[in-house]
Design a binder for this molecule. Structure first.
Ligand code: PGA
Length: 247
């Protein structure tokens, strides 16, 4: 199965022209061998959906709101997103949990709303450095998973992104061995929940063109979520090229 490579542009770039340039470069590298998802800021979705000619690239959003419409100032609904062809939504990213106080309950409503609108949720889970050092990692992951998925029936298509917070934007990526161990723990939790999701397991946190192969060569690591390196056309192009070899 093709690896799932998700580009999370976060709050970048500053202008639409630049977004268009980055996207056009991705378009050149898109291939059947990789499942590429681009999650730009909302304001660029219109432009990007207009120039997206490749069916090998799917659009993603970096968040969504749990209602379909109504008096929710500043929010974007899943319905509005599907109108631009959005297929995936990154939900529960640690930057939203930390900076905006997003709770597991809020994340669970977003996950449910995504599924209701045929958007595949990419549920982000991960521990802080302190939680890791004090032996709380498993507890945190277990809570984020159990609550985050609590409103689903159990047979939906989902993506779980293991994103240790200490690895995001720090240049200190996890080791593939530890990532695989964590995936095994996550799989156990889902088993305990007696759910039968169609799940893809991906890793995120300081992935770049140098370390991508180390992750992606393992069949257990079905993809990656890339932040900073997805904004460099050179870096991202190499990431896609290497990933294509591990279809
Ligand atoms: P990074 O971000 O690749 O810049 O570490 C990853 C993420 O936040 O998903």
């Amino acid at each position: 199965m093709a690896k799932l490579i998700v580009a999370n542009w976060k709050m970048n770039p500053s202008v639409e022209n630049e977004a268009q340039k980055i996207f056009e470069s991705v378009l050149k590298d898109a291939s059947l061998e990789v499942q590429t998802v681009i999650a730009p800021p909302f304001i660029y979705l219109s432009k990007i959906s207009e120039i997206k000619k490749s069916r090998y690239i799917a659009l993603g959003s970096q968040d969504l709101f749990w209602e379909e419409s109504g008096a929710y100032t500043g929010e974007i609904s899943p319905k509005q997103l599907t109108a631009f062809g959005v297929k995936y939504a990154i939900l529960g990213h640690s930057e939203r949990r930390i900076n905006l106080g997003e709770t597991d309950e809020m994340v669970s409503r977003k996950v449910k709303a995504a599924v209701r609108n045929n958007i595949i949720p990419i549920l982000c889970v991960g521990e802080t450095d302190n939680e890791r050092k004090t032996g709380l990692k498993e507890k945190v992951l277990s809570r984020e998973l159990k609550t985050g998925l609590s409103l689903l029936a159990g047979s939906e298509e989902i993506v779980i992104a293991y994103e240790p917070i200490w690895a995001i934007g720090t240049g200190l990526a996890d080791t593939p061995t530890d990532t695989i161990q964590t995936f095994n723990f996550i799989k156990q939790i889902l088993l305990q929940m007696s759910k039968n999701y169609k799940t893809q397991y991906i890793y995120g946190g300081s992935v770049n063109s140098e370390n991508i192969e180390n992750f992606i060569k393992h069949p257990e690591i079905e993809g990656v979520l890339v932040g900073r390196a997805s904004l460099s056309t050179h870096e991202f192009s190499k990431i896609l090229e290497i990933s294509a070899e591990y279809k």
